[in-house]
Structures are given as structure tokens and as C-alpha cells.
Design a protein around this ligand. Sequence first.
Ligand code: CO
Length: 220
Amino acid sequence: MIPLQELLTRNRSWSEGERARDPEYFSRLVAQQTPEFMWVGCSDSRVPANEIIGLAPGEVFVHRNIANVVVHSDLNCLSTLQFAIDVLQVKHILVVGHYGCGGVKAAMLDTRMGLVDNWLRHVQDVRDHYRGWLRGIEDEDKRADRLCELNVIEQALNVCETTVMRDAWARGQEVAVHGWMYSLADGLVTELGADFYRESEVLDVYETAVQRVTAGNRTV
Ligand code: CO
């Protein structure tokens, strides 16, 4: 186990290293944050947003929760989206799930873990929506991976359907929503073909992305 004090020591050396590399680094960050990207991902400790997509502090605005769920009554998520879209004017919102997501698997298998079961109920809604198709996938891990993909597409749709996104599109703001998957096994991100650029296309893009998953066109 890493002693707590060690974290503070590492923090000191990180700060020194950054300043040695670029003396203006922190003063620039203090002055402003102008990220073009927002990341909506899982809280899983193995899925660090900035590192995965090679972005420095200040370049990606992050919201994470268990199983990357976007719920229309979640004030935390909605506020983060609103701030990102209206104030920071991000250009892209990345909804990123990951294979091997413990939350999604627990939801799929009805594993009881406590309060979090209620949060994961949203993933179970996705599961139940596709239950006929999912039932046909014998291998448990493969079935969970397909549910991870469907969950991302569903949550990306939820972002599109917030008043925040719809208002932004209605006033002609250039902001898009994308559904991505991250693989813990090789560190690679793959696209789900769920790229939403305007409100009029939302349901078509959603249906096509779901069909791509359920038709088994994905090789992962
Ligand atoms: Co996860």
C-alpha cells in the first residue's frame, strides 16, 4: 500500500517537474480554462480521462460516475453539461464507456451491492430494453461488453435530449456528442458510430448505432 504521505511527496515532485518543463504552466492555467472537450465517463480508477486521450489539465472538462450514466434528473450531471456547453462552449462531448465495467456487469447480473443498485437501475433499463437480443449471447463477458456499448449509445442519446443540448443546437451552437468505448486490455478507444451533430439527426444516428451493435458488426 502507498503511504498517504507519499502522495504529497509525489505531488511536490510533479509540480516541480511541470514548472521546470514550462515555468508559465500553472499561471496560464490559473488565468483561464478553455477546454474544447467534455468527457462523460465511468468513475473506474483504470479509466483516467486526460491520460487516455493525451490531453493536459485545462483541455478536457470531466464528469464521471459509476457506469457513465446520464440521467435527466441528476442535477450534478446536468449542471456539468450546462456549464460545459453554455459557459465553456465545448465543441465535443465524449460519452465514454469501457469494456469490463464492473457497474454494467453488476447491473446485467442483478448483483446486489447496496445503494448503488438504484443508480445501476438505469443500466438495467437499457438491459431490459434489449433483453431478447442480449439473451442470445451465451458468453457472459461478451454479453456484458455488448451491454456496455448499448449503454454508451443510450447515455449519449440522453445527453442529446437534455434541454441544455437542445437549446444549444436550436441557437446554432456547434457542439457534438460522441459515443466511445475504451478497452482496459489495450488502452485503445474505439468509436461506436454514435456521433450526434444536430437535433434533426439524433434518432437516426441512435438507431443506426444500435443496429451496428446488435448486427454484430463490431469485432471487439
Ligand atoms: Co466502469
